[in-house]
Design a protein around this ligand. Structure first.
Ligand code: C2E
Ligand code: MG
Ligand code: MG
Ligand code: MG
Length: 281
């Protein structure tokens, strides 16, 4: 126990803070073995064209099956991977898996099929040689840039560094598409939309959730779709769970939808049996 005053003025840790920090440290340590022990997996969630209801792309999402703790959410371990520097190794793993998968689906499912890959801001600003390898891997598999969409968040573009601008230019030149993830939750500035070559806006699921009940959410979705189209961007609605939500979004002119209504993130082998897949009856 801390004595009052004196030399103990540094003992500001409360037991609960200490426990939480310790738990994070342990998890961060376990994460070091997750890749080599094959505890990380990539799952795929369909993104459908709202006009046809067919999947035209899939988002790759990482999963960690911890040997003791079971499934751990990326919301929990991606920040740990960012601070430990492991994010690039994990991101490379996701990329390699996703690239292999999209090459396969472009043969078996749809020659235009695309894959969407999340990039954390820390990751996006990492070693440029890494992305050079990505582009070379795509070329080696004879995949055009259009087969890949990179999902980034608004914050990254708000005060984009030289590195970020350079990376975006390289992607654009290679035909790689760029999507703004969780659109509408980050910042009020929209000026980055005219500065950069963006292809998709993904409307955050928080706006989609109460689409039927909440007039302002409905108005916001309509406004985002209208603005995006005027700027030449396509719109993907996230977190679509009901047909009522899908109907409202279609009426508002939304291009694509993603959510449990069409399919939960699933292993590649199960993806093809989803009703929204072209090869399903
Ligand atoms: P995100 O990129 O916005 O991904 C969408 C999240 O919404 C996913 O959560 C997905 O499972 C969930 N979702 C999809 N449809 C529905 C729905 O209808 N209802 C509800 N309630 N949720 C839905 P997940 O897989 O837990 O991923 C969370 C976040 O972790 C992602 O958000 C993304 O920011 C990050 N993440 C996931 N995989 C990666 C990765 O490989 N690299 C990086 N850097 N980040 C990743
Ligand atoms: Mg995403
Ligand atoms: Mg482009
Ligand atoms: Mg999102």
């Amino acid at each position: 126990a801390a004595k009052a005053g004196g030399r103990n003025r540094y003992s500001f840790y409360t037991p609960s803070l200490q426990t939480a920090a310790l738990a994070r440290m342990r998890l961060s340590n376990d994460l070091r073995y997750a890749l080599q022990e094959q505890q990380l997996h990539v799952v795929y969630q369909p993104i459908v064209a709202l006009q046809t209801g067919k999947a035209v792309k899939a988002e790759a999402l990482i999963r960690w099956q911890h040997p003791q703790k079971g499934w751990i959410s990326p919301l929990e371990f991606i920040p740990l991977a960012e601070s430990s520097g492991q994010i690039t190794a994990i991101g490379d793993f996701v990329f390699d898996q996703a690239l292999h998968q999209v090459a396969q689906w472009r043969q078996s499912l749809d020659p235009e099929f695309q894959i969407s890959i999340n990039q954390s801001p820390v990751e996006f600003q990492s070693d440029p040689a890494r992305y050079q390898r990505w582009l070379e891997a795509m070329e080696a598999q004879q995949l055009p840039g259009q087969a890949i969409t990179i999902e980034i968040t608004e914050g990254l573009l708000l005060d984009a560094s030289e590195k970020v601008v350079q990376r975006l230019l390289e992607f654009s030149a290679a035909g790689v598409q760029v999507a703004i993830d969780d659109f509408g939750t980050g910042y009020s500035s929209l000026s980055y939309l005219k500065k950069f070559d963006i292809d998709f806006l993904k409307i955050d699921q928080s706006f989609v959730r109460n689409l039927q009940r909440n007039n302002s959410d409905h108005a916001l979705c309509e406004a985002i779709i209208m603005m995006a189209h005027k700027l030449g961007l396509k719109v993907i609605a996230e977190g679509v769970e009901t047909t009522a939500q899908a109907d409202l979004l279609r009426e508002a002119g939304c291009d694509f939808a993603q959510g449990y209504l069409y399919g939960k993130p699933s292993a590649a082998a199960d993806f093809l049996s989803l009703p929204c897949c072209a090869c399903a009856p």
